[in-house]
Design a protein around this ligand. Structure first.
Ligand code: NFS
Length: 685
């Protein structure tokens, strides 16, 4: 970069990371991804601080990491770290009120579930409100796009899809169905009695377990409120009783708010089917207007996709000297518009600052969740316009523009934003350096498309998938999901866990930032099967033409994984419940409270779930043991933690093998004894 250009970059005092004593992140240990490393190095050259540098300078609090700091009242915070030499004899650690480490860790764990469930479910509520508005035909911008999906979910809301007229059964008007579904869906957040309607979509034995244990969620908001009440000083002081409420709120997320978000988004914006796209910072284009959409709700980004494809906008961009408009995404908004429109992924959670550091981001449009406040400081160093759009998510920095999104004027709002980005193209102040790296990917899998690829349209079931699990070609299925975490090397855990699983014939379903990481690494293409998979999984993938890692969407779309598992149960031959299946869950680099809620609804749905990095329960060994062991006796699923990615995957495989043995299908698998080398030899012959 020339001196002249460097001067144009406004680095605001206090934002430089280089005041003498501050350490800089080492790019090679910060990430396994070359594009990320290149941009971290550039951030150092430009003296712009990123999350990687902040992580190098601030250690996490040792007591908080253990989950044993209680700040729920004004007498604290009470800190109860494990003694250096461990607990000998009686554990008499207590907070001022007498709260035990179990009580404190359980309180904190529950509050994380509450926040995570609230985030997913409030997103779902917003979609439900827009769905209602579309059903009432109050908005031009949103319409029912997938009527078949509407008809398929209507019965779960007890909405009739046919009507008898003069003794004849006729299809009901689709608008009437939509209106009733919208009203009943919205009711799920606050209805005064009964239980969530979607719970009965789970396998019957699982529903019965929830019922027997008194954890059927009543309505979504109530379960979250009750957590806040029960974790207030002096209320629930029995970790076993507390975790029941955690289960109730987590189920209200997975089988409630998240599942409704997914379904209603599919109806409004289309159910995803496999399509091709790309991923990583290399998707940005120097000669185009680059608009990056970041956050979680697809309601606005859907409009931005539509608007940026309009001829008038394309012409306007040309007028301003750009060759076109390049849209790309970060975090789960990215996954939403990827799976429905093939819009490329710009990066994961940890790459949000780096996308601006390319110097090519003309506008970053953010809505809710996982948005660093520091993107505003980084944007200040460039020409980038940072636009917040959601009334509940604003930023204090003065360079942030707020354009509040209103579904009644959705297209106008989107046009305003796209024009702003185009107008900003000519203001680029720094050299543009866009890393070359990008991976090709096939994304957009879901319950319906797996059925098509692995079950067959006519069978309409998961027959082929089950058959291949039973005969051992597919050893089992793993859901590998979740965030990046700056406390561990970016994408290292994600990729190592997934590679170890597919090498051992475990089919991987992915969502969230794990999906983005896998896409960047080239694991989401059918050709990856021949390179990375064991012979059984490779054979299946090559025969049906699917990647060994199926990208199922955003984090609310983890509900698709729950429903896919339910379909596997229904297809038969693998037990009666999700907990009977040879499946496991994983979040190798988790960091958000949403991940804890997801982890807990997977566990409570019968899935052995392993997290990487740390779990905020280690300071309360008795409570942690309850999560890791006792829950299995209740729901069939349990928590675990393993930071080493290969051991992490091996623990999942051991669980899968345990389930295969219980099902009596372990012998079938023993017949598949060819390793990659043997397979290559066979091919030569
Ligand atoms: Ni999930 Fe999506 Fe990524 Fe983690 Fe954040 S984007 S909702 S929380 S960081 S996977």
């Amino acid at each position: 970069m020339s001196e002249e250009v460097k001067h144009k970059i406004k680095v605001v005092p206090g934002e430089k990371s280089h005041q003498k004593k501050k350490k800089l992140a080492d790019p090679t240990t910060a990430s396994i991804d070359k594009a990320t490393r290149q941009m971290i190095t550039r951030s150092h050259d430009l003296e712009i601080e990123t999350v990687f540098d902040r992580a190098a300078n601030m250690k996490p609090c040792n007591i908080g990491v253990q989950g044993t700091c209680c700040k729920n009242c004004g007498m604290g915070p009470c800190r109860l770290p494990l003694p250096k030499n461990g607990i000998e004899g009686k554990d008499d650690r207590k907070g001022l009120c007498g709260a035990s480490p179990n009580t404190i860790a359980a309180r904190n764990f529950l509050r994380m579930i509450a926040s995570g469930a609230a985030a997913h479910s409030d997103h779902g509520r917003c979609v439900a409100e827009i769905f209602l508005s579309a059903a009432r035909q109050e908005t031009e911008a949103y319409k029912i796009k997938d009527a078949n999906k509407l008809i398929s979910i209507a019965p779960h809301f007890n909405v009739e899809t046919t009507i008898e007229i003069d003794g004849e059964i006729k299809d009901r008007n689709i608008d009437e169905i939509a209106l009733e579904v919208a009203e009943r869906a919205l009711n799920e957040w606050g209805k005064p009695e009964d239980e969530l309607l979607y719970l009965k979509r789970a396998p019957a034995p699982l529903y019965e377990k929830w019922k027997k244990n008194g954890v059927l969620p009543r309505n979504i908001d109530r379960e979250i409120v009750e957590i806040m009440h029960r974790t207030h000083i002096g209320v629930d002081q029995d970790y076993k009783n507390m975790i029941k409420q955690g289960t109730r709120a987590a189920l209200a997320d997975g089988w409630g708010g998240s599942m409704m978000a997914t379904d209603l988004q599919d109806i409004l914006f289309g159910t995803p089917y496999p399509l091709q796209s790309e991923a990583n910072l290399g998707v940005m284009k120097e000669d185009h207007v680059n608009i990056i959409i970041h956050g979680h709700e697809p309601v606005l980004s859907e409009m931005i996709v539509a608007v940026s494809q309009m001829k008038e906008m394309e012409d306007y961009a040309n007028e301003k000297g750009a060759k076109g408009i390049q849209l790309s995404g970060i975090c789960c908004t990215a996954n939403e518009i990827l799976q429905r429109h093939g819009v490329p992924l710009c990066g994961t959670f940890l790459q949000q600052e780096l996308a601006i550091i390319t110097g090519a981001c003309d506008a970053m449009v953010v809505d809710i969740q996982c948005i660093f406040q520091n993107v505003a400081n980084v944007a200040k160093c460039f020409h980038t316009k940072l636009i917040t759009t959601h009334p509940i998510a604003k930023m204090e920095q003065d360079n942030v523009i707020h354009i509040e999104f209103d579904e009644h004027y959705a297209l106008e709002d989107a046009k305003k934003i796209v024009r702003l980005a185009i107008d900003n193209f000519e203001n680029r102040s720094a050299d543009v350096i866009i890393p070359k790296q990008k991976g090709t990917q096939i994304a957009g899998f879901g319950v319906e498309s797996i059925q098509y690829h692995l079950g067959g349209m006519f069978r309409g079931s998961y027959y082929t998938l089950n058959d291949n699990i039973i005969n051992g070609r597919i050893r089992g299925v793993a859901g590998v999901v979740g965030c990046n975490n700056a406390r561990t090397t970016h994408n290292e855990g994600h990729i190592a866990v997934v590679k170890e699983l597919i090498k051992n014939d475990v089919l991987v379903l992915t969502t969230g930032c794990n999906g983005i990481a896998c896409a960047m690494e080239g694991l989401l293409v059918p050709e990856a099967a021949g390179v990375y998979c064991g012979p059984g999984l490779a054979e299946v993938c090559e025969t049906v033409g699917i990647p060994p890692v199926l990208h199922m969407g955003s984090c609310v779309d983890n509900s698709r994984i729950l429903l896919a598992a339910t379909e596997v149960v229904k297809a038969g031959g693998l037990g009666n419940d999700i907990s009977d299946l040879p499946v496991a869950g994983s979040a190798p680099e988790w960091m958000s409270e949403k991940a804890i809620s997801i982890g807990h609804y997977f566990v409570s749905s019968g899935v052995y779930t392993v997290f990487g990095v740390t779990l905020p329960t280690s300071g309360a060994p008795v409570f942690q043991d309850y999560l890791f062991n006792d829950l299995e006796k209740i729901y069939g699923g349990m928590w675990d933690i393993e930071d080493d990615p290969v051991k992490h995957a091996q623990k999942m495989i051991a669980h899968i093998d345990k389930k295969r043995q219980a099902l009596g299908i372990d012998k079938a698998r023993e017949r598949v004894l060819v390793d990659m080398e043997a397979r290559r030899e066979m091919e030569v012959v």
